[in-house]
Write a protein that binds this ligand. Structure first.
Ligand SMILES: Nc1nc2c(c(=O)[nH]1)N[C@H]1C(S)=C(S)[C@@H](COP(=O)(O)OP(=O)(O)OC[C@H]3O[C@@H](n4cnc5c(=O)[nH]c(N)nc54)[C@H](O)[C@@H]3O)O[C@H]1N2
Ligand SMILES: Nc1nc2c(c(=O)[nH]1)N[C@H]1C(S)=C(S)[C@@H](COP(=O)(O)OP(=O)(O)OC[C@H]3O[C@@H](n4cnc5c(=O)[nH]c(N)nc54)[C@H](O)[C@@H]3O)O[C@H]1N2
Ligand code: SF4
Ligand SMILES: [Mo]
Length: 879
């Protein structure tokens, strides 16, 4: 390959969320890469969110795993691959195929995933190939299969724009699917009659476009939708022809629903009857209704039931598969759908076929294998539990970081520690999972690899390379096929390129498919892989944009199934305990291996935090920005208090992103119990039960530095910053010798001059280390959370001709105004700048603030937050 060629633009797809935006990547003569939205991609029509826009900043090689390693020592590919193949072979010979496992990811490309699944299920002969989609989409998959007989997402993105009512359930679309959210924002601006209802225990930014926010009690969703089903039936909204001709089981579903009147729903959901009635009335009266749902639905011990409770309402009204209506599960990862398509979940075989005798025989024949697995393998939670018991003796983890993202994460870490052979293929070096591996294989990353992904609306798009492979990194499909061939499966894995793999995958979807299987790519068999345009499946003669509008489903009788759902009783933690809810922030992606590299994306939230309601905070003696310890019998975490009435009382919310690379004690999954949905096996990641208390802290600290310190203390968190990094720390005891502490933590030379300023009365101290007028370290310590402006301090790292007194003062001078916490990460515009535009320049609309400051004018992901600042200031002015 002769990549990269400066100024040549490559059409590719964003590697983050399941919206699947088209990206134009153009390497520049200076080695950087210009990123723009692809105006021709139907998912985004040129838009990108903050994470997509910052992709160019994540391509640096720092932190990358560039060479194969065996027991921590660099080795050749040959040595590493031989060891993997031989150890897997030996283990299988000694203990049988079910003693080994693969754990994959919705961040693999379809081609990578296909090869991994074929090796494990087709040739090793075990079902033990599961994926992080178990943590993500498994309940949606199970719910789809129960209702439709297939894992089919009926609608497409356009339906969200065509709808007159969009119901967001357990979805923070504004932050997690920002471009899709922007499409709704635009549609709503054009058609103000369009309504949006948000169902989420928290008032998230997505409430910005909501006409109604139902702050449902955790897991109250089933009750809410079962009540809705009853209301629709009673109000005569059912579509009798559709129900009779195209569905089965309605009576059983309605029998349960009849008991759920408003009062009962209100009692279980914690919502006011009036608010519930309004939602029911809107839903009943609006034919064009789309219900979008995500992790607040899936990641629950009753996740599959929640999915079916939603689908039941669409079936009863016949609102499915027609323009502007339908249930819509939005996928998280860029290729969550592709993984489901190839059979990446342990309970599917391949190409949307399950472990039925027919499918096993058919797929075995297609693959030319007589050792195909005949039964499902272990689902993620069971897989790591079995590993902990010594039953899994070799595992290969690909493109996922289970030591951070699995529930009971400390148990997962312990399981990996006792597993005799752990292989990790990743693009990043020391992840919390990577450090447990015996063999580490350097994978090619985004921009280097070549293949396809499928987004939430069943659209297959190409990811294309525009960078050369760094070091000895290789694409995932290549390393899996090399191991397969070394295990003796030479012919079945003789792929020369991803195009060949895709062709085989497409052929399998079409193989003996008389229309009884939803996934059918026969129309792509002769397609030119290199120039494949974004295409929705199924594609026989031509692609189909919507499914089920014709009332034809994939169940044996062709009818959709109502599933009777019995809502669970409300969960009340024991006195003194909180419900711990977890999820995402706008600018970070999961375990931060890529977004954590960029200063821009790290500025929005720079440390792990807990959202706590003011009443709960007061009761616990937790104040703004103090530190909080969360604990239960599984583990503990230390996070910063964010006191806010966006949160329900009795509930806490913590982001899932922080790892041991970025904080001393921020791995939130250490606290989440491995309780799973009985149907899907998906863990209830949104509902742990925790104890919360203020952390005993003598002194808080904040620093900026050119380099990363080594911190051995109860609380620290670091984040990328322009010119170095920034960090927060806390001491239980004040260091007795500050000079010694600084020298040791920041590895300063003995002769480094440490300038100091302290104020005995307030107990505040500042320290500065400068070299030729440039800052090396600035540290501010105080008995209360440090008030120094973070953005100002970070700007010191880029300043010349600094004096110690400027740094030590700890407060911006007139020449370096404090922009405040970063709101718009595209243009690094802070809250103070936006507030000044409101108060000094009279900007009272988001557009006016944008014209004045540029904030919110690129990706638009921060527009809701800008509106929040405007509202706060207008309110203050009115008071
Ligand atoms: N910025 C960003 N975007 C991402 C990702 C990321 O890491 N960062 N990850 C991607 C991935 S893989 C995924 S899966 C998606 C996830 O996308 P989302 O599901 O939208 O995101 P989450 O923040 O996990 O959870 C959504 C909401 O569920 C709510 N919730 C919790 N419990 C309940 C409940 O019982 N009922 C209801 N109705 N709501 C509840 C939470 O309060 C939260 O606001 O995001 C994708 N997009
Ligand atoms: N408490 C709580 N826990 C959660 C969730 C939650 O909401 N709350 N959400 C769950 C969900 S929905 C998800 S999807 C998971 C996500 O959790 P993970 O999958 O564990 O998180 P990532 O950080 O995305 O891990 C991806 C890894 O793959 C690497 N990588 C990136 N590209 C490639 C590639 O091309 N090849 C290879 N081999 N490696 C690559 C990255 O460096 C990184 O180490 O977390 C789950 N855990
Ligand atoms: S919405 Fe953002 S993160 Fe998701 S695919 Fe589009 S640009 Fe990427
Ligand atoms: Mo996910």
């Amino acid at each position: 390959m002769t990549l990269p060629v400066a100024n040549i633009t490559t059409r590719t797809t964003c590697p983050y969320c399941g919206v699947g935006c088209g990206v134009l990547a153009t390497p520049q003569p200076d080695g950087s890469v210009a990123i723009a939205g692809d105006p021709e991609h139907p998912a985004n029509l040129g838009r990108l969110c903050s994470k997509g826009s910052a992709l160019g900043e994540t391509l640096g090689l720092e932190g990358r795993l560039l060479y194969p390693e065996s027991d921590g020592v660099r080795v050749t590919w040959d040595v590493a691959l031989e060891r993997v193949a031989n150890t897997f072979k030996r283990t299988i010979n000694a203990f049988g195929p079910n003693s080994v496992a693969f754990y994959g990811s919705g961040q693999l490309l379809t081609e990578d995933y296909y090869v991994a699944n074929k090796l494990m299920k087709g040739f090793i002969g075990s079902g033990n190939m599961d994926t992080n989609s178990r943590l993500c989409m498994a309940s949606s998959v199970a719910g789809h299969k129960r209702a439709f007989g297939s894992d089919t997402v009926p609608g497409n993105y356009e339906d969200l724009e065509l709808a007159d009512l969009v119901v967001l359930v357990g979805s923070n679309l504004g932050w997690c699917h920002p471009v899709l959210y922007q499409r709704i924002v635009k549609a709503k601006a054009e058609r103000p009659d369009m309504r949006v209802v948000l169902i989420d225990p928290r008032r998230t930014v997505s409430a910005d476009i909501a006409d109604l926010h139902l702050a449902v009690q955790s897991d109250g969703d089933s009750a809410l939708f079962v009540g809705l089903l009853a209301h629709l039936a009673n109000a005569g909204i059912a579509a009798p022809d559709f129900v009779i001709d195209h569905t089965s089981g309605v009576d059983a579903a309605l029998l349960i629903a009849e008991d759920w009147d408003l009062a009962r729903v209100a009692a279980v959901t914690g919502l006011a009857e009036k608010a519930i009635a309004l939602f029911y009335d809107w839903f009943a009266r609006t034919e064009k209704a789309v219900t979008v749902y995500s992790q607040g639905v899936n990641q629950s011990a009753s996740g599959t039931d929640k999915v079916n409770a939603i689908i039941n309402c669409h079936l009863l009204t016949g609102r499915i598969g027609r323009p502007g209506m339908g249930p819509f599960s939005v996928t998280g990862q860029p290729n969550a759908m592709g993984g489901r398509e190839v059979g990446g979940l342990a309970n599917t075989l391949a190409a949307h076929m399950d472990f039925t005798p027919d499918a096993i025989e058919r797929v075995g024949r297609f693959w030319g294998s007589d050792s195909i697995a005949t039964e499902p393998g272990l689902k993620a939670v069971d897989l790591f539990a079995a590993m902990g018991r010594g039953e899994i003796k070799a595992v290969w983890i690909m493109a996922t970081n289970p030591v951070d993202s699995m529930p009971e994460a400390d148990m997962v870490r312990a399981a990996l520690a006792v597993c005799p052979f752990v292989v990790v293929s990743d693009m990043t070096g020391s992840t919390d999972t990577g450090v447990t591996a015996h063999v580490r294989l350097p994978a090619a990353g985004w921009g280097e690899k070549d293949g396809t992904v499928t987004n939430s609306e069943r659209r297959i798009s190409r990811q294309r390379p525009f960078l050369t492979l760094p070091g000895q990194a290789r694409p995932d499909w290549w390393l899996i096929k090399e191991v397969a061939q070394r295990m003796g499966f030479v012919d079945a894995f003789s792929y020369a390129n991803p195009g060949e793999i895709f062709a085989e995958h497409a052929a399998l979807t079409a193989f003996e498919n008389d229309g009884s299987r939803d996934l059918d790519l026969s129309g792509l068999l002769d397609a030119d892989y290199a120039s494949l345009p974004p295409t929705q499946w199924p594609v026989r003669r031509k692609p189909r944009a919507r499914m089920f509008g014709d009332g034809q489903f994939f169940t044996p009788d062709g009818k959709a199934r109502f599933v009777p759902v019995l809502p669970p009783p409300p969960f009340a933690p024991p006195p003194g305990r909180f419900i711990l809810n977890t999820g995402r922030v706008r600018d970070h992606w999961h375990t931060m291996t890529r977004t954590g590299k960029t200063a821009r994306l790290s500025a929005h939230y720079a440390e792990p935090f807990v959202e706590v309601h003011p009443t709960d905070a007061a009761r616990l003696n937790i104040h703004r920005a103090t530190l909080v310890r969360l604990s239960n019998r599984h583990g503990s975490a230390i996070v910063r208090a964010l006191v806010t009435d966006r949160q329900r009382r009795g509930h806490l919310f913590v982001p899932m992103h922080w790892t041991d690379q970025f904080a001393s004690n921020g791995r939130i999954d250490a606290l989440v119990a491995a309780k799973v949905d009985p149907v899907s096996g998906q863990p209830a990641l949104k509902m742990a039960e925790v104890h919360a208390e203020p952390l005993h802290t003598t002194l808080y600290g904040f620093f900026v530095a050119t380099h990363r310190p080594i911190l051995d203390m109860e609380y620290w968190a670091v984040a990328a910053a322009i010119g170095g990094l920034r960090g927060e720390v806390a001491w239980r005891e004040q260091p007795s010798d500050w000079g010694a502490w600084l020298r040791s933590a920041f590895a300063l030379p003995d002769d480094a001059q440490i300038e100091t300023m302290s104020d005995a009365r307030s107990g505040r101290s500042s320290f500065a280390v400068l070299q030729e007028g440039r800052l090396v370290v600035a540290l501010y310590a105080a008995p209360d959370p440090v008030l120094v402006s973070r953005q100002w301090a970070v700007s010191l790292l880029s300043a010349d001709a600094l004096t110690a007194s400027t740094v030590l003062a700890g407060r911006p001078g007139a020449d370096m105004p404090d922009v405040g916490a970063i709101v718009c990460s595209c243009f690094s515009v802070g809250a103070n700048t936006i507030a000044a535009a409101v108060t000094d320049q009279g900007c009272v609309t988001v557009e006016a603030v944008g014209a004045c400051t540029r904030a919110g004018t690129n990706c638009g992901s921060c527009r809701a937050e800008i509106r929040g600042i405007i509202d706060a200031h207008c309110l203050a002015a009115a008071e």
